[in-house]
Write a protein that binds this ligand. Structure first.
Ligand SMILES: Cc1ncc(COP(=O)(O)O)c(C=O)c1O
Length: 451
């Protein structure tokens, strides 16, 4: 590779992979990134962590940041105009009835906040026995211990199991590898009914909330449930007085071609968590958006939601969030994510359909997931050690295109390889073509090498 890296022995950063420091980035503009060796990449990964929604270096956002930093960047004990206004505009952007916002510095904090707010709601309304959180297998909600307990990503949980609060998980709506109905012509919704089974096992009097990503990210990229799935889940939650939290940290703010991915199901959750694309990477920002009912329970109860983080709602990040949201609306970027996203989905499907190592392509809008398998008939995954999704991503990178490599464990918790193509919402069709050409060549090369 021609990328420029710091030798691992000379870095004092405690990297995730201490044996391999990532390449050095130099600068970025629009949909392109340059490394320190001067090589240019087309970024179809939105900054690898699926964060960049509106592109790099947008002057309006830099102006808003600069102006706010000059005014006041932090002052705990006060609220600020950007925080107040962002709450108003975020509530307008969210489904009807979700009108109150608690800000955080990212997605894990947002999910921690939602989990604690669910518990607090039941304390406020006189049902303190309800505290358990039900998640799903093949999910990711963050790396803090509460969010990790709700997470169903086996590899990310396994090292920390003794430290995680008790949790329960339902089956994922994973049609390609569904234990209930993968061999049947249509989804039976048994995966949705599994949520009821878990609630009954845990005891409805003890379950406070069910948390799920509407379209799965890191744990099984691009897994889209059946069109009836969330309606059934909503009914089950209502039946047992369990709150429905949708984790839109990755899918929210337009990525899937709707304001929030749950809008594809026309279902109103009790809480939405968001992060990543809401600030497009200009400043750390996350949020929980919740209903009048939950806010009223606190307002009419103790009056306090005793929880918070120092940087939650800081004026600088909120000014960024406000400028990004306005930019998304002004440039109709949700519609672009839907339209160019549909082209992206179709192009990736067409390019990879005949590959002997591609199991399925799934996703919505600017979020595509591709599953790589050793055998299309049996769906047998490649050995874990091969890291085949990373090999494909590296070959794309050599061709000057960045995709999202690191999504593994979807088959049995450890084995199973998916990767993502998740560009910023400003991508156009020619950039899709460039991405898909590199991807097709990379997949073809890998398929030839392993055959
Ligand atoms: C769906 C989802 N939830 C939560 C998180 C955690 O967010 P953060 O890394 O900002 O804490 C992520 C991050 O990848 C995510 O994809």
């Amino acid at each position: 590779m021609t990328t420029s890296s710091i030798p691992t022995q000379s870095t004092q950063v405690f990297h995730r992979d201490v044996t391999h420091a990532p390449p050095l980035v130099d600068r970025a503009e629009g949909v392109h990134v340059w490394d320190a060796a001067g090589k240019r990449y087309l970024d179809a990964s939105s900054g690898s962590n699926i964060v960049i929604s509106i592109g790099y270096g947008v002057p309006e956002i830099i102006d808003a940041m600069t102006e706010q930093a000059r005014k006041v960047s932090f002052c705990g004990g006060f609220t600020s105009e950007p925080q107040e206004q962002l709450a108003v505009e975020l509530a307008e952007f969210a489904p009807a009835g979700l009108n109150y916002v608690r800000f955080t510095s990212g997605g894990s904090e947002a999910n921690e906040t939602a989990i604690k707010l669910a518990r607090h709601y039941f304390v406020e309304t006189g049902r303190p026995s309800k505290y358990k959180i039900v998640g799903r297998w093949r999910s990711y909600h963050g790396n803090t211990l509460g969010a990790l307990a709700a997470t169903g990503h086996v590899m990310r949980r396994s090292g920390y199991l003794p430290m995680l609060p008790p949790s329960a998980h339902a089956a994922p709506p994973y049609r390609y590898r569904c234990n209930f109905c993968a061999k049947q012509p249509a989804c039976s919704l048994a995966c949705a009914d599994d949520v009821e089974r878990v609630i009954l096992n845990e005891g409805p009097d003890h379950v406070a909330a069910f948390i799920a990503e509407p379209i799965v990210g890191a744990a099984a990229m691009g897994m889209v449930p059946d069109p009836e799935y969330f309606r059934r889940v909503r009914e089950i939650c209502d039946k047992y007085d369990v709150l429905l939290i949708v984790d839109e940290v990755l899918t929210g703010m337009g990525r899937t071609g709707r304001n929030f991915a749950i809008d594809h199901w026309d279902v109103i959750p009790d809480m939405i968590t968001c992060g990543k694309g809401m600030s497009s990477g200009y400043s750390p920002l996350g949020a929980v958006i919740t209903t009048d009912r939950i806010h009223a329970a606190v307002a009419e109860g103790s009056g306090m939601f005793e929880h918070g983080f120092t940087y939650g709602g800081n004026p600088l990040s909120c000014a960024v969030g406000l400028a990004v949201l306005r930019y998304i609306k002004k440039h109709d970027l949700v519609a672009n994510a839907a339209e160019v996203g549909a082209y992206l989905q179709a192009s990736v499907r067409e390019a990879l359909t005949d590959s002997p190592i591609v199991g399925e392509v799934d996703g919505r809008g600017m979020l595509v997931g591709v599953e790589i398998v050793a055998d299309r008939a049996t769906k047998e995954p490649f050995p874990f050690e091969l890291g085949i999704n990373k090999v494909i991503a590296k070959k794309c990178q050599e061709r000057g295109v960045l995709i999202n490599p690191a999504f593994s464990g979807n088959a049995d918790g450890y084995r199973g390889d998916r990767f993502g193509i998740c560009p910023p919402y400003i991508f156009d069709r020619s950039q899709v073509d460039e991405t898909v050409a590199a991807l097709q060549a990379a997949v073809h090369e890998v398929a030839t090498e392993v055959s």
